[in-house]
Design a protein around this ligand. Sequence first.
Ligand code: 0L1
Ligand code: MG
Length: 261
Amino acid sequence: MMRDSTIAELAQRLDECALQARDTTKITDEHPDMDWADAYAVQDALRGRQMARGARLVGYKAGLTSFAKMRQMGVDSPVFGYLLDAHAVSDGGDCKVSELIHPKVEPEIAFVLGRELKGPGCHIGAVLAATDFVLAGIEVIDSRYRDFKFDLKSVIADNTSAARFVVGGQPLAVYGRDLRTTGVVLEKNGRPVAFGAGAAVLGHPATAVAMLANHLGARGESLPAGSVVLSGGITEAVAVAAGDHVCLKLQGAGSTSLCFV
Ligand code: 0L1
Ligand code: MG
């Protein structure tokens, strides 16, 4: 186990990198013995710092849930993080590139929960029963690590690269809908750049939400009613720069978009 002072120091470093839009080397370079509990302890300390400044927790995310993402990042299991009000961009709104290091976008199915979801023992059925509706979601990821080079423990500490997200305004009920075959098209500057369907995420995106609830349950936490949950990028992440307009179409749920300025 890492010392509390080391955890606090690492959280401070990652927090300052995000605030100042500057990168750092991955923390396992200096702490090769960091374990999974340490990694999530740094993430917790980071969240604690942000909430002490007044941020509000609005949701959670699962990351690296598709084979495309796992292959892109050279890792082999999902990771979990949190979403704050400061991460939210309004639908069609602007995202300032000067506040970020090297942003990329991912097409996601966002779950909005009508009921609390608490592990252990969550499965697809429990997730669908607790889900009010899903929305089209675009996650903007921005690793605080140089050149997006990290291992799983470093990326967990860095809140799984969470930076910004936007969701659409057309809710899609999950009852009677097969989210595995629900398609997405991600467009950059009016051109389609990535396509996929929900099954790209662990066979069914609700599986990612169940894994997240079970992960939180093991730590004494749950997914509260009203949470938004990003279930993971359906395709590889796409790099963006100032001037780009990104739009995601989710079959049956309209679209959502944002402009990088
Ligand atoms: O949401 C994600 O899939 C990102 C997880 C962290 C890895 C990355 O920065 O791509
Ligand atoms: Mg993501």
